[in-house]
Design a protein around this ligand. Structure first.
Ligand SMILES: [Zn+2]
Length: 269
């Protein structure tokens, strides 16, 4: 079991969270999760500058996943249902070492997201985070190399033994979480200098912090089932009636800031 000695020394990991967060038990299993890496990054952080689809997860600056974005609802749902509480992150840098392991979250809490249970939307918060100097997946010892190099696209469930071995391996490497968080802030400043927005596709001038979290909790409105993708990449807001462009479903309308108000334009007849 991995419950003992959660490392809560990182300012991004939350040693305790109250309502609306619920504690998540640890049944030992976990997930490998692949994210897009920002091509401008010195440390392999998420692709903040991805055109028309600025990435907010993994949101290492708050230690959350799925609080701000609609990424990987299936994995988030399974983590909450199965107490599969460790996520190891993998990414590929352009011109880099191929797929690399960058670290992990140990999830300590969950809450309902803006899109509701009907859309399997659960937000996750870590009680331990460790991001490391990236390790090429092909250079991992077996039995870790096989699952980490296997050709899956987004997420892959892993068993207790792999979780334990991967976590021990990450824990043997120096903690670089603060460097990764600084890199997120640097790329946000770069984007803001260029366009006036850290996240142009969100209409967000600033980055994300725990001060923003409450806006992304479920507010008890009736939520409909909404597809996670739009063929046209255009979304209609039921609140302000505007149409916005985004690669992925956003939890919050970038124009009026209402949550759970967007549906794919092609579904509007
Ligand atoms: Zn709107």
């Amino acid at each position: 079991m991995l419950m003992e000695d959660p490392k809560t020394d990182q300012n991004t990991a939350q040693p305790s969270l109250g309502a609306p967060w619920h504690p998540l038990m640890d049944a030992g299993r976990g997930y490998l999760a692949v994210y897009f890496c920002d091509p401008l990054a010195r440390w392999p952080v998420r692709e903040i500058t991805r055109p028309r689809d600025n990435k907010s997860d993994p949101n290492i600056e708050t230690g959350t996943f799925g609080l701000f974005s609609t990424c990987e609802p299936g994995m988030r749902n399974r983590i909450v249902q199965d107490n599969a509480s460790t996520i190891f992150f993998l990414t590929t840098r352009k011109g880099g070492q191929g797929r690399v392991l960058t670290g992990y979250y140990h999830i300590g809490w969950w809450t309902h997201g803006t899109q509701g249970v009907v859309n399997r939307d659960f937000a996750l918060a870590a009680d331990a985070i460790r991001l490391i100097d990236p390790i090429a997946a092909v250079e991992l010892p077996e039995p870790l190399a096989t699952p980490c190099t296997s050709p899956f696209r987004t997420v892959k469930p892993i068993g207790e033994d792999i979780v334990r071995a991967l976590r021990e391996l990450c824990d043997r490497h120096p903690d670089r979480t603060n460097e990764y968080v600084d890199e997120v802030r640097r790329i946000e400043r770069f984007a803001r200098a260029r366009s006036g927005f850290s996240y142009p596709s969100w209409g967000r001038r600033q980055g994300f912090s725990w001060d923003d979290a409450a806006d992304f909790y479920q507010h008890g409105d009736e939520v409909r089932k909404v597809p996670n993708s739009s063929r046209t990449k255009k979304w209609h807001c039921s609140n302000c009636d505007y149409v916005i462009t985004s690669g992925a479903l956003l939890k919050q309308c970038p124009l009026c800031n209402k949550t759970a108000s967007l549906t794919p334009l092609e579904a509007q007849k």
